[in-house]
Design a protein around this ligand. Structure first.
Ligand code: GBH
Length: 461
């Protein structure tokens, strides 16, 4: 059939890694179990009005107890690798100091289960769930949090380092800083440009310090995951081009460039200073931030088209000093998130990153799409839109690889339908369906398609 032909037409480099990704707060549940301390996402999701219908991660996919079944599912799909994040406040309930052994033991059980199943664990230290105790002291706006993050990295290495082959420090620092402190859409839900700019810098500093700690202890294959939203100007007018430049600066370049070159892009630093929110850089920080990494994680979902407007739209945006910039409605079909579908922009993005960061291997650490719940009478989940999105983005990625981009792996977002942050359980990104009443998992057609792709690639057909 057509799907199989499309799957078989994809060509991957030898040794390519195929995986799926999740994040702790989105799947684990069990938020008050085994000594876990509260995180900023517990606080935020329990604050009335912050999330869709007040949804929280209290239960989520109950992965904390159902992980053996989830690992078995990954094995059935033929995944090589699994990207997951660790809940900092399970390991250090107060964010620093006292270690909670029961939290460590959970991740040890999970990792052992993965290794037993022949699945390679990719551990992310931080996917947005800062211990509330650290938020109470200022969170990422406070420079000390960067040092606490490196402390946590060291604790985790001492506890699990012997069995973790791949480490990522942060997932999408853009979201933790700008969505959390500027747009207010994510925890801690603030809307303050000065805080946002401080969070940007302290997250990057924490990343560099954690890399140094892990490297000193002997950890290998260290990386970071960034999200990229390619920015297109609506027209060639100077104002629209400048709007695209500013947003590209804050979404993409502000995070990638200092890690790779040891300098913030000058135009971005100027925009922030002009907006009264300068980056709080101290001597030596940029050397720490640019401590060499072994790989770059790339998360890609869609492209934005932006234009300049003469009056503020009144919508709180995630951009510092970007009040006079507006997003256009995407052209063509959109996912239930309202996001457009632009595989060509994915190819261009990977080629662009190769130019900015030559010699740095890339892994696609997230890519996926949300569609309506599609359980049919036969109990199966037919998700043709997600199948199409998956195959088109895999094709776009292999095109970039043929053009010279050093992409070595792909992780589908997400293994499971899960807690989509402020959008709650309404948005389903999983290749595996989760029934939130029964917690029954059902692989969707997209999961089967992905399994076919993987099998075909391994068979060398
Ligand atoms: C990822 O975030 C997350 O890592 C993952 O946990 C999440 O479930 C998944 O994607 C799906 O959402 O809103 O103006 O800043 C992706 C976050 C959302 C970041 C869109 C960039 C666009 C511009 N991305 N955002 S803006």
């Amino acid at each position: 059939d057509v799907r199989e032909d499309r799957a078989a037409g994809l060509v991957f480099p030898p040794g390519f890694t195929f995986g799926a990704a999740t994040a702790a707060y989105q799947i684990e549940g069990a938020v008050d179990v085994d000594g876990r301390g509260p995180s900023i996402w517990d606080t935020f999701s329990h604050t009335p009005g912050k999330t869709h219908l007040g949804h929280t991660g209290d239960v989520a996919c109950e992965h904390y107890v159902r992980y053996p079944q989830d690992v078995a599912l990954m094995k059935d799909l033929g995944l090589d690798a699994y990207r997951f994040s660790v809940s900092w406040s399970r390991i250090l309930p107060e964010g620093t100091g006292r270690i909670e052994q029961r939290g460590v033991d959970f991740y040890r059980r999970l990792v052992d289960e993965l290794l037993e199943a022949g699945i390679d664990p990719w551990l992310t230290l931080y996917h947005w769930d800062l211990p509330q105790a650290l938020q109470d002291k200022g969170g990422w706006t406070d420079r000390d949090t960067a040092h606490r993050f490196a402390e946590y990295a060291g604790v985790l290495y001492d506890a699990l380092g012997d069995r973790i082959p791949h480490w990522s420090t942060l997932n999408e620092p853009m979201c933790s800083s700008l969505l959390g402190h500027m747009a207010g859409q994510h925890a801690p839900g603030h809307t303050d440009p000065v805080e946002a700019s401080r969070a940007v810098h302290h997250l990057l500093l924490g990343h560099g310090l954690a890399i140094q700690t892990l490297r000193d202890k002997g950890a290998d294959h260290l990386g970071i995951t960034l999200n990229f939203t390619p920015m297109k100007a609506a027209t060639d007018s100077a104002a629209d081009l400048d709007a695209a430049r500013r947003l590209d600066g804050q979404q993409n370049r502000m995070f990638l460039v200092p890690i790779v070159t040891g300098e913030y892009p000058a135009d971005v630093a100027e925009d922030l200073t002009a907006a009264g929110a300068p980056l709080p850089i101290e001597d030596g920080d940029l050397e720490i931030i640019s401590t060499p990494v072994d790989w770059l994680g790339v998360n890609y979902y869609f492209q934005s088209t932006v234009r300049a407007v003469s009056e503020p739209t009144g919508k709180q945006t995630a951009f510092i000093g970007g009040e006079l910039v507006a997003d256009l409605e995407p052209e063509g079909p959109t996912t239930t998130m309202g996001w457009g579908i632009n595989p060509e922009a994915f190819t261009e993005l990977l080629t662009w990153i190769s130019g900015v960061a030559p010699g740095l291997p890339m892994f696609i650490t997230e890519n996926g799409s949300a569609w309506p719940d599609q359980v049919s009478a036969d109990g199966q989940v037919h998700d043709p839109e997600r199948v199409d999105y998956l195959l088109r983005h895999l094709a776009a990625m292999t095109e970039a690889i043929e053009a010279g981009a050093d992409v070595r792996g792909y992780f589908a977002w997400s293994l499971l339908d899960n807690y989509e942050w402020a959008r709650g359980y309404d948005q389903r990104f999983g290749i595996v369906h989760v029934d939130y009443d029964t917690q029954v998992r059902t692989p969707k057609d997209s999961a089967r398609t992905y399994a076919d792709v993987i099998r075909t690639a391994k068979d060398g057909v």
